[in-house]
Design a protein around this ligand. Structure first.
Ligand code: ATP
Ligand code: MN
Length: 484
């Protein structure tokens, strides 16, 4: 378009990003690539806020009258993709040290202000979910996805620093696992027919047809599902590699719409040989502290935003979590505290029944005011693979509960004794045959071992203060909802 004062354009990722522009000295020539957040016109000057996702802060561009032809500048509106060339100058405005005095402009893609959906400030989270393909350009979701990325890095670093091996457990599983949740079937026996008839508008009527009713005819020759947990397979590798972890997608056909459950989420599952429940709790606590400390270190501006706009006590509680030891108590002690709390819970508390979200929140938010690890649950409400205590009633389970969200980690010391494990599988009404390899581990070189599962999205909710799990993953899958 031939605007004066342009630098040679770079279409190479080794450019200078807006995050780096803030460190340049006044007088430096620079180019800013990004999307326009806002444009404000005032007597002979146009102020444009541009962001490229490299950091929370927008770069302010100052365009003085006459420097850029009106027919190009007219395309600069919220949502437009641009490159501004110019000179870094000291900024008179508060909250920013520098700004870019524009000398040139390239508009890569305009955004018609009469239809661009991400215009107004204060749009609801529900509305932003409907424009999930655009919400990453706004303050909130830019910050969420930067924190999510930084947390993933911190997770890998935490384990790698300690010599854990990153393993990949199957996503398609044939072991009906552990009853951790309802499963999605994986099959090629289902034929999806093209629309039978045209529906109204975009609505098209597909029809399913089953090619066979026999699992033997299916792709794997038996029923297969999307995994609800990589734990059982992780255990096999821990009994050989000692310390391993998974970090991958997990699927549960949870048929309730809560703000803490997704049908597709990411789970982190460490598994350690020569480890008991205490060692497991130590790892969980160290893990949460280190990942949170890393985000406090690397994502300060994003967290400050969350603290101001999303969760007022966020920074205080995160600092507090990093510094104070987690409370540890048995399930039996927790039930006593709840019974004596004087609270009128919706679900009554009684030894033997699972803790509800309201109970978990009371323990962490009212009673202890920091994360709590509850251990030794009744065997009836926990999975068969958890190690039986000598009382014959409780198992070596642990749930890490956090203020605001309740359960964030679930784990246990595993049952390593063949007889006990066999009895537990039978008692759970499960067939032994599919677990032949899991039982083999207890026959050949069994070892005390332990591990846990942590929902990555629950962690991101906790760190950002976001209230709904749908808003900490780019595209959520929940009952009735799989857009994008
Ligand atoms: P909850 O009682 O909250 O449903 P759970 O007992 O089913 O959890 P586990 O089977 O122990 O959970 O799974 C380990 C971790 O995975 C949980 O602590 C939680 O952080 C996470 N998680 C479980 N189900 C979901 C889900 N549907 N969406 C997102 N994260 C989940
Ligand atoms: Mn569950």
């Amino acid at each position: 378009m031939g605007t004066p004062g342009k630098l040679p354009a770079s279409m190479d990722y080794r450019r200078t990003y807006i995050r780096e522009l803030f460190a340049l000295a006044p007088g430096t020539e620079a180019a800013a690539y990004g999307w326009v957040k806002t444009r404000r016109d005032s007597k002979g000057i146009v102020f444009v806020q541009v962001n490229d996702g490299s950091c929370f802060q927008d770069l302010q561009i100052v365009v003085e009258a006459g420097t850029i032809p009106e027919d190009t500048l007219s395309h600069v509106s919220t949502g437009a993709c641009v490159r501004f060339d110019g000179t870094i100058v000291e900024s008179p405005a508060s909250g920013q040290a520098i700004e870019l005095k524009a000398t040139g402009l390239e508009v890569y893609g305009g955004a018609d202000p009469s239809t661009y959906p991400l215009q107004k400030k204060g749009a609801t989270m529900e509305f932003l979910r409907e424009i999930g393909h655009l919400r990453g350009r706004g303050n909130t979701f830019g910050a969420v996805f930067r924190v999510r990325s930084a947390a993933a890095r911190a997770v890998h670093r935490f384990f790698m620093d300690r010599g854990f091996h990153y393993i990949h457990t199957p996503i398609i599983t044939v072991s009906d696992a552990e009853g951790a949740g309802a499963m999605f079937a994986v099959t090629t026996l289902l034929e999806v027919n093209e629309p039978l008839e045209a529906g109204a508008g975009d609505e098209r009527h597909f029809a399913y047809r089953l090619k066979s009713m026999t699992p033997k005819d299916d792709f794997f020759g038996k029923p297969a599902f999307l995994t609800v947990s990589g734990q059982l397979e992780a255990e096999t590798l821990a009994l050989g590699l000692t310390n391993v972890y998974t970090f991958g997608p997990t699927f549960r056909a949870e048929n309730s719409s809560t703000s803490r459950h997704l049908a597709e989420f990411w789970m982190i599952e460490p598994e350690m040989a020569f480890c008991d429940l205490d060692g497991n709790m130590n790892l969980a606590e160290e893990f949460l502290k280190e990942v949170i400390a890393s985000i406090l270190d690397h994502c300060g501006a994003d967290l400050t935003f969350f603290n101001q706009r999303i969760e007022p006590e966020l920074l205080t509680t995160l600092d507090h979590v990093v510094e104070s030891p987690f409370e540890r108590m048995t399930y039996t002690e927790a039930v006593k505290l709840l019974e004596n709390s004087g609270e009128a819970f919706e679900y009554p508390v009684a030894w033997g029944s699972d803790l509800q979200s309201e109970h978990e929140r009371w323990l962490t938010e009212v009673k202890v005011k920091r994360p709590v690890i509850v251990t030794d649950y009744p065997k009836e409400i926990k999975a068969f693979y958890m190690r039986m205590n000598d009382d014959g009633k409780t198992v070596r389970a642990m749930d890490v509960l956090a203020p605001r969200i309740g359960e964030i980690i679930g784990g246990s010391q595993r049952e390593e004794r063949l007889d006990q494990l066999t009895a537990r599988i039978k008692a759970a009404g499960l067939p032994l045959e599919p677990y032949w390899w899991y039982l083999d581990l207890r026959k050949y070189g069994s070892a005390p071992h332990a591990g846990f599962g942590l929902g990555f999205e629950r962690l991101i909710m906790y760190i950002t203060g976001m209230k709904n799990i749908r808003d900490v993953i780019p595209y959520h899958r929940t009952p009735g909802s799989a857009e994008f």
